[in-house]
Every structure is written in C-alpha cells, then in structure tokens.
Design a protein around this ligand. Structure first.
Ligand code: ADX
Length: 189
C-alpha cells in the first residue's frame, strides 16, 4: 500500500521525528507528552526510546562508541519500518554522532525530521534526573556523553526545542505546530 493511500485512510501522514540531545535534555519527557497529545487526537503515534528498545531489542549493547553506532543503526531501521506502517514515529536517543543520524536520515528519506532538544549542557547537568552526571564527574561512568564522550550537535536540524527556557507544554506545542504546518497531522479542533 502506498504512503499516500495509507495516509488518506488513517487521516494523518507518516513521519519520523528524530529527537537528539544530551542525557537529561528532556527527550523522553517531551516525546512521551507529544505521543499522548497525538494519540488523544486519534493519531497513531509511537515513541521508541531506551525504555522500550535498549531494554529489549538492543539489550546486548552498551555505551562504547561501536555499541552506540549499532544502537542507532537498529533504531534507524526500526524507525523506517514504523514510518512505512504509517505511524508518527518519535525516536528519543542521545544519538551523539552526526554520521549516524545522517545514516538514519538517508534510510528514512524525506519523512525524516531532526529535532534538537537543547537546554544546553549546564541545564542538563544541573537537572541530572538520574544522578548520572554526578557519577560521571566522579569517574564512575566511563564514556559518559558530554563529560567523557562527545556529543556532536546537529548543524541544521529541522526543529530546535529549547527545553531549558520552555515549559514541557510549550515544547509540546512547538512540536505539534511543526507537524500541523507541515501537514503531517490535521490542525487540532
Ligand atoms: S545513545 O548514545 O546510544 O544514543 P541512548 O539514548 O540509547 O544513548 O541511552 C542514553 C541513556 O543511557 C542516558 O540517558 C542515560 O540514562 C544512560 N546511560 C548510561 N550510561 C551512559 C553513558 N556512558 N553515556 C550516556 N548515557 C548513558
């Protein structure tokens, strides 16, 4: 079935919103909130993140550079399948390497939207919801992104969300506005 036929039957388009940002940047909170808002509108939206992918399909992978590459390669393949199924697909992984995100973009095609979740390192580290930055600074977690492993920020993301300045509701609205403007989902109300 073609993407167009699927979209007209489902009442919305298929897209991959690829959220990238540091640990503690708010990717999971934001994507989960967008998912709820979309499903409440009748849009088939689904989040892929560490909770449902790293715990299962990718549980053989850690955080050394090669494992992260493989993590993101598999997530890219998964996202491609979800988009093919007609879903508004939200991926929430640090995905620190530009080349890996570009490879996912090449796989998914023109339905790939890169979303930079960017409160800045200082805010992400100050939040430290899981206490990981503290442990990383103490040398207890090797290869910790932003501390002892690199994060290559997007150069030209389709969307940038300042989760440092905005409330979660404002950030959700930013993403929903984008989806409406690009006609991936119908306008609310
Ligand atoms: S990615 O780099 O491969 O894209 P992913 O998003 O799946 O990372 O996982 C990141 C989450 O794993 C972090 O939010 C944090 O909770 C946890 N984590 C554990 N070890 C590390 C580490 N060394 N670097 C970054 N995150 C880590």
């Amino acid at each position: 079935m073609s993407a167009e036929a699927r979209a007209s039957l489902l009442g919305h388009g298929a897209v991959c919103l690829w959220f990238t940002g540091l640990s503690g940047s708010g990717k999971s909170t934001l994507t989960r909130a967008v998912e709820v808002a979309l499903v409440e509108r009748g849009v088939h939206a689904y989040v892929l993140d560490g909770d449902n992918v790293r715990m299962g399909l990718n549980r053989d992978l850690g955080f050394a550079a090669g494992d992260r590459v493989e993590n993101i390669r598999r997530v890219g393949e998964l996202a491609r399948l979800f988009v093919d199924s007609g879903a508004v697909t939200l991926t929430a992984f640090i995905s620190p390497y530009r080349a890996d995100r570009d490879a996912a973009r090449a796989l998914v095609g023109d339905r790939f939207v890169e979303v930079f979740v960017d409160p800045g390192l200082a805010v992400a580290e100050a939040r430290d919801p899981k206490g990981l930055y503290k442990r990383a600074r103490a040398g207890e977690i090797p290869n910790f992104t932003g501390v002892s492993a690199p994060y290559e920020a997007p150069e030209a993301p389709e969307l940038r969300v300042d989760t440092g300045e905005q409330t979660v509701e404002e950030s959700v609205a930013t993403v929903l506005d984008f989806l409406e403007q690009r006609r991936f989902v119908p306008t609310a109300g």
